[in-house]
Design a protein around this ligand. Structure first.
Ligand code: S3P
Length: 435
């Protein structure tokens, strides 16, 4: 540990990644399990809960609102208080680094009695929050932001249904609107997106008995009296599997099996992109768990060719675009990402932090307002430099995989931030790396 409390980790080059891995439970679904479980009628139980800094922020918030939450390993039990049963806590709810918590919870709070404060860490406090405040206000809730950012204050009230057209596809904003729609005076409340984003909220609401109507890019919900508690398994997080998929693809002689990974198509656009670049990824044992499609994946190394990612595809791989940049940096030809301005308002400005992270490797990213271009070189990048995670868990994991596939390795500053979504990431990387 350095004096600032950040941890520098040296990531040495590997020859291959080999073996079997089960990644932690999906972070998006784990947040939703806690939030929806808290307002269900009675006890919900989830297996495969993804324990991470982010999901523990949600567990703490839900407890502060009066719901019982017990986390035992990967099993979580939530004692729901009913749709309108949450209680005003003594102080503000600390969302930590978790954007999903800060953007989904106001949709539920808008239907409660009381006034609720939400705060976040420095990164979360710099992210745009008017995008959830506006639709909630249009429905009749009182929501205050601090110049468009956290801290937020939410005061519930009688809500009217709304048809909300999102200017940018966002599962967080869509979910916030749908959750508030459960409390509206009549229905339907409709969220319309320019391109479909992940649909975990819709799937879970349906499983809990809410009346929904769905078509691509549009979801509608009707007011509910109650939500049925749920017993379900949470699939492995594709976003946590993705760094290993990239490592196995880029390192010759790799052979990696990933067990029980969620393959919800609104979420796994990166698989399609890698496959058209030439990756070799086989799906086995396709099944449905807790209303979500799941499979085991087998990845073998492959040579990649460049590709283009356009706006319609971006929501389905938005969290994997940093890893795409690395894969593109080692693919033959020039790759382009367009329509991804959202990258600039993630846990860091991921257009800039991806560029900075890959620079010490010798991978040159040309940035645009809404994406980037990468001219690939199909051989190991040089490495040898220092990569800064920039306080962003996805950049920490990108830096680690970049070191692994490089010739000289990297020194990764701020490695501990990976724990925001994947506390055992480095241990897993160590076990699977062949040197
Ligand atoms: C998430 C939605 C996405 C994603 C985030 C998780 C979710 O954000 O980037 O990591 O769980 O709904 P946006 O809704 O801002 O695109």
């Amino acid at each position: 540990m350095s004096p600032g409390g950040t941890r520098a980790v040296r990531v040495e080059p590997a020859a291959a990644v080999r073996g079997d891995l089960a990644v932690p439970g999906d972070k998006s679904i784990s947040h939703r399990a806690l939030l929806l479980g808290a307002v269900a009628d009675g006890e919900s139980a989830f297996d495969g809960f993804g324990v991470s800094k982010d999901t523990l922020s949600t567990a703490a918030a839900v407890r502060a609102l009066g719901a019982g939450v017990e986390v035992e390993g990967e099993r979580v039990r939530v004692e729901g208080l009913g749709l309108r049963g949450l209680r005003e806590p003594a102080g503000p709810l600390d969302c930590g680094n978790a954007g999903t918590l800060m953007r989904l919870l106001p949709g539920i709070l808008a239907g409660q009695e009381g006034r609720f404060g939400l705060v976040g860490d420095e990164s979360l406090s710099s992210r745009p929050m008017e995008r959830v405040a506006e639709p909630l206000r249009a429905m009749g809730a009182r929501v205050e932001t601090t110049d468009g950012h956290a801290p937020l204050a939410v005061e519930g009230g009688a809500l009217e249904p709304v048809r909300w057209e999102l200017p940018v596809a966002s599962a967080q904003v869509k979910s916030c609107v749908l959750l508030a729609g459960l409390y509206a005076r009549s229905g339907p409340t409709v969220a319309v997106e320019p391109h479909p984003s992940r649909d975990h909220t819709e799937r879970m609401l349906e499983a809990m008995g809410a009346r929904m109507r769905r078509k691509p890019g549009e979801a509608a919900v009707w007011p509910a009296e109650r939500l049925r508690p749920l017993s379900a398994a949470i699939p492995g997080d594709f976003s946590s599997a993705a760094p290993f998929v990239v490592a196995a693809t880029l390192l010759a002689e790799s052979e990696l099996r990933l067990h029980g990974v969620g393959i919800n198509p609104t979420r796994t656009g990166f698989l399609a992109v890698l496959e058209r670049m030439g990756a070799r990824i086989a799906h086995f044992n396709r099944r449905v768990e807790g209303g979500e499609p799941v499979a085991d994946l087998e990845v073998e190394s492959a040579e990649l060719v460049a590709t283009e990612v356009g706006p319609e595809e971006v929501p389905s791989l938005v969290d994997e675009l940093p890893l795409f940049a690395l894969a593109a940096g080692m693919a033959r030809g020039e790759s382009v990402v367009r329509g991804a301005a959202e990258l600039r308002v993630k846990e860091s400005d991921r257009v800039e932090t991806v560029k900075d992270a890959l620079k010490p490797l010798g991978i040159r990213i040309e940035t645009r307002n809404d994406g980037f271009r990468v001219r690939g070189v199909p051989s190991r990048p040089k490495g040898g430099g220092v990569v800064d995670a920039a306080g962003d868990h996805r950049i920490a994991m990108l830096g680690a995989i970049a070191g692994l596939v490089s010739r000289e390795g990297v020194e990764l500053e701020g490695a501990e931030t990976a724990a925001v979504s994947f506390p055992d990431f480095f241990a897993m990387l160590d076990i699977l790396s062949v040197r």
